[in-house]
Design a binder for this molecule. Structure first.
Ligand SMILES: N[C@@H](CCC(=O)N[C@@H](CS)C(=O)NCC(=O)O)C(=O)O
Length: 130
């Protein structure tokens, strides 16, 4: 089996929007849940992936060398690039330019409008606390 993309996160807005973007893009991933209260984000093994000790972090082992992405906005851009047209219009134009500048970096606001979508519900479950 091919190695899977891993998304390290917790029940936080930044982790959830990264998970939702992967779900919307149809990218298979394994959710690796960190317990922030237990300071798992400060474990040396995690700091090697994200020296700031923050979630989320995406690891794509299918890239050579493996791709490690720390910022939720960058993870959203990664999902958009892997599945053009699923998160935003695929082709450049006024609508796409506006999304790049405004909507993609502010996906948390956008979620209110799309909460009922199955992909969003799956993304929200990825880092559920219980
Ligand atoms: N700009 C970063 C912010 C990441 C961030 O602040 N994550 C918080 C949770 S939302 C975190 O990991 N906090 C744990 C800590 O600071 O120990 C992103 O969008 O990914």
């Amino acid at each position: 089996m091919n190695p899977k993309i891993e998304l390290y996160g917790a029940h936080t807005g930044n982790s959830l929007r990264a998970a939702i973007a992967l779900e919307e893009a149809g990218i298979p991933y394994a959710a690796r849940k960190l317990n922030l209260q237990a300071n798992e984000q400060r474990d040396l093994s995690y700091l090697a992936l994200n020296p700031a000790g923050k979630v989320p972090t995406l690891v794509d082992p299918t890239s050579t060398p493996p791709l490690i992405i720390n910022q939720s906005n960058a993870i959203i851009q990664f999902a958009d690039a892997k599945a053009p047209g699923r998160l935003a219009p695929a082709h450049r134009g006024p609508q796409r330019d506006r999304l790049d500048r405004a909507v993609l970096p502010r996906l948390s606001r956008w979620f209110d409008a799309i909460e009922a979508r199955p992909a969003v519900q799956r993304g929200l479950k990825a880092f559920q606390d219980h």
